[in-house]
Design a protein around this ligand. Structure first.
Ligand code: NAI
Ligand code: MG
Length: 329
């Protein structure tokens, strides 16, 4: 029996989570769900985007599934704070081309490992009417920890190269530490090639030679931007799952946000959320079920008969979900 915390959020977060729960219910697994609130709707109701009760539910679960939440003016981001509360420091974002999806090439298969707890997402900003300052904290300890996670993921995936992304030519002190920590850790993995690029050049290489990357490690903001760009390489945010992993907790969420432009229409692509649940099951040790879900998604996408509008079709969120479930059982 696994205790799963479910935090749907708002916008399409709710729609893709409903679809995901529908699929999870059909699996031959004992899952017990506990529900927590977060996000914009939650703020309007409770005066906070992330209630203590939600943090408690997530902390007491075996793993947490998060949908998406709309940003609330003047309020902290619930997902950034939840990542920090759970100390899930590595945000793992696999990017893979699927046959049938609108990918730039058919041989893209890399993973972005984004540092989750510091960098420019400290949410510490201050100043006066003349000047505003945002703190960008980079420590040796955290940079080494995220580099270690990246090399271990590289080993687990049977790949051979880790690429560190930074901007140490300008951010000499902070990104100097990030880069230096990366090469220090790289020495412990002599069988894996270590390389680094500045983030601006990297943005170009991701378009011109995405097939050459295997594992990419980046600080918080750069990792966030590069993961949406990378999702664009393989057909968009409809096929971009992610997992936030720490030493004792896992928080799983699609890369996308609450997509207000399509919310309420039941046309959001549920595949990111479903692949996210698959990452969670892999984390819980249910490798076979996880693998079967990935294969079912791959089959339905490559068949191309049932597609949501982001992939050029007219299927609804639930129609696509049911097609995936049909492949599973
Ligand atoms: P977004 O990721 O919500 O949407 C970007 C574009 O991708 C939109 O055109 C949207 O329709 C499309 N899209 C996203 N997910 C899709 C899916 N599953 N199926 C089909 N199309 C999909 O980013 P945006 O528009 O910049 O932000 C909207 C809100 O979400 C903002 O309030 C933002 O702060 C919040 N946000 C929340 C995140 C989270 O909760 N983890 C992450 C990113 C943004
Ligand atoms: Mg993002």
């Amino acid at each position: 029996m696994y205790n799963i915390a479910i935090i749907s959020g708002d916008g399409i977060g709710k729609e893709v989570m409903d679809a995901c729960e529908y699929l999870l219910d059909k699996l031959d697994l004992e899952l017990s769900f506990k529900y927590g609130e977060a996000g914009f709707d939650c703020f309007n109701k409770n005066g906070t985007t992330l209630p203590e009760e939600t943090i408690k539910i997530a902390k007491n679960s075996d793993a947490t599934l998060f949908g998406a939440s709309t940003s609330t003016p003047g309020q902290p981001s619930p997902i950034i704070n939840l990542r920090k509360e759970l100390n899930v420091y590595a945000n793992i974002r696999p990017i893979k081309s699927y046959k049938g999806a609108n990918s730039l090439r058919d041989d893209i298969d890399f993973v972005i490992v984004r540092e989750n707890t510091e960098g420019l997402y400290s949410q510490i900003e201050y100043g006066d009417e003349n000047k505003m300052i945002a703190e960008r904290i980079i420590t040796h300890k955290t940079s080494e920890r995220i580099s270690k996670a990246a090399f271990n993921i590289c080993k687990k995936r049977g790949q051979n190269k880790v690429t560190c992304v930074h901007k140490s030519n300008v951010l000499k002190k902070t990104d100097g530490v990030f880069k230096e920590s990366f090469y220090k850790v790289a020495k412990e993995y002599p069988q894996i090639t270590a390389e680094d690029f500045y983030v601006d050049a990297m943005s170009m290489y991701l378009i011109t030679q995405p097939q050459n990357f295997e594992v990419i490690v980046a600080s918080n903001l750069f990792g966030d931007i590069l993961s949406d760009q990378s999702a664009g390489l393989v057909g968009g945010l409809g096929l971009a799952p992610s997992g936030n992993i720490g030493d004792s907790n896992g928080l799983f969420e699609p890369v996308h946000g609450s997509a207000p432009d399509i919310a309420g229409k039941n046309i959001a692509n549920p595949c990111s959320m479903i692949l996210t649940a698959s990452m969670m099951l892999d984390y819980l040790g249910e490798w076979e079920v996880s693998n079967n879900i990935n294969k079912a998604v791959e089959k339905v996408i490559s068949d191309g008969k049932i597609k949501t509008p982001d992939f050029g079709g007219d299927a609804s969120t639930m129609e696509l979900t049911k097609a995936i479930v049909k492949e599973l059982i």
